[in-house]
Write a protein that binds this ligand. Structure first.
Ligand SMILES: NC(=O)c1ccc[n+]([C@@H]2O[C@H](COP(=O)([O-])OP(=O)(O)OC[C@H]3O[C@@H](n4cnc5c(N)ncnc54)[C@H](OP(=O)(O)O)[C@@H]3O)[C@@H](O)[C@H]2O)c1
Length: 357
């Protein structure tokens, strides 16, 4: 027997007498630019069986990796036809007979990657989902599994940091960057961020400093800044790079002896180049990090549960907010994908599909 609750806000017309539901999904059957290959299609979902869970997706963001996956430029290769998107927050509508830990009405996020989340409804397996408190905001929950976790792991797993230590990063206005600032504030670390110069740089600096950044400098300003030489801040022992090219080289120059730079993205598409002097004389190290790998290797670990608890506790306390974002309806996917592809210059904000109504 199915345990279910009909949710307010779901149009009666989309239910049939067996509780099946029409899902509207952004699907693609070949790689290409998202605006060209994504199509909004309808599928009838059958009732969840055994360990399956039928969910209504409430919100799902567009991340750079989602775009790269559709383009065929990401290591994760979906089977076609594929539904776009990798993270979301959803509400459980009903569960199969063997589901023990979830019930209708709960909010959940995906624990597994590559489930396809740009859809109004989906059937997932119980062990692919994690229940999340409804006190966590929809935008926060929807964007919790990729970027905050990446920031969390990079801050924890490479260098043993103590209160008062400094972390430096480029792409400091990215969603990961915003998560780094907020975790640094929560953990008593100094967070120095490098961003590209832009007409509204003062507003951007103010926004990131409100999130917890200690200093935000442009690429030109960091070259001449004396914040480390003057002793105002301790030299960084840890650096994060999501840009590559000259930006990565410049950031790595500021590392203290024995410091580590972790590369987790390559937004400029330029290779990471290393300055020879700091490499030799300061013995700095260069590492890479991929959250998808870490999550697979630690799928059911106590450390993963602890990480989610810490992040959701901060979100509930209002100490960790979603990245600067705009909610967009699913049928505006062409505009949202083009904007996320950064055609207009600077990234500015994250786009989140809103399927909550
Ligand atoms: N390894 C992992 O596990 C992992 C996890 C999460 C994210 N990532 C990667 O991290 C990166 C950031 O992801 P996100 O979701 O945080 O991104 P996001 O919020 O969309 O922000 C993108 C960032 O990249 C910068 N950027 C874009 N194009 C650039 C260019 N040509 N040169 C220099 N900077 C550029 C943007 O700066 P502007 O404002 O100046 O455009 C912005 O800071 C992506 O590459 C993503 O794939 C990796």
């Amino acid at each position: 027997m199915l345990r279910h609750r009909v949710l307010s806000g779901i149009r009666p017309g989309i239910w049939n007498r067996h509780l099946s539901v029409l899902a509207k999904s952004l699907k693609y059957t070949q790689h290409g630019e998202p605006q060209d290959v994504l199509q909004l299609v309808e599928d009838k979902l059958s009732d969840p069986k055994d360990n399956q869970v039928l969910v209504k997706i409430l919100a799902a963001p567009i991340n750079p990796a989602d775009i790269n996956t559709i383009q065929g430029k990401y290591p994760v290769k979906p089977k076609f036809p594929a539904v776009g998107g990798n993270e979301c927050v959803a509400e459980v509508i009903c569960v199969g007979d063997n589901v023990k830990g979830l019930e209708a009405g709960q909010h959940v996020i995906p624990l597994a990657s590559g489930l396809g989340t740009w859809t109004t409804h989906a059937i997932y397996k119980e062990d692919q989902l994690l229940a999340v408190s409804k006190k966590v905001g929809l935008a926060e929950a929807a964007t919790s599994t990729v970027n905050p976790t990446t920031a969390y792991r990079m801050l924890r797993d490479f260098v043993q940091l103590s209160s008062g230590d400094t972390v430096i990063q480029n792409g400091a206005n990215s969603a990961v960057g915003q998560a780094v600032h907020q975790l640094c504030r929560a953990w008593g670390l100094n967070s120095v961020g490098i961003v590209r110069d832009r007409p509204d740089i003062a507003e951007l600096k103010q926004m990131l400093q409100c999130m917890g950044a200690t200093e935000i400098l442009t690429e030109a300003e960091i070259r001449t800044s004396d914040i480390f030489k003057s002793g105002k801040l301790k030299k960084p022992r840890l650096a994060f790079n999501c840009v590559g090219g000259k930006s990565a080289t410049e950031v790595s120059r500021h590392l203290d002896n024995g410091g580590v730079m972790v590369t987790y993205g390559g937004m400029s598409r330029e290779p990471v180049t290393v300055a020879t002097g700091p490499l030799i004389f300061k013995d700095i190290a260069f590492r890479g990090f991929w959250m998808t790998r870490w999550s697979k290797e630690n799928y059911s670990s106590a450390e993963r549960s602890k990480m989610f608890k810490n992040i959701f506790d901060l979100m509930e306390q209002g100490k960790f907010v979603a990245p600067n974002h705009e909610m967009v309806p699913l049928d505006k996917f062409q505009d949202a994908a083009a904007a996320a592809l950064n055609f207009k210059g600077f990234t500015g904000k994250k786009y989140i599909f809103d399927m909550s109504i």
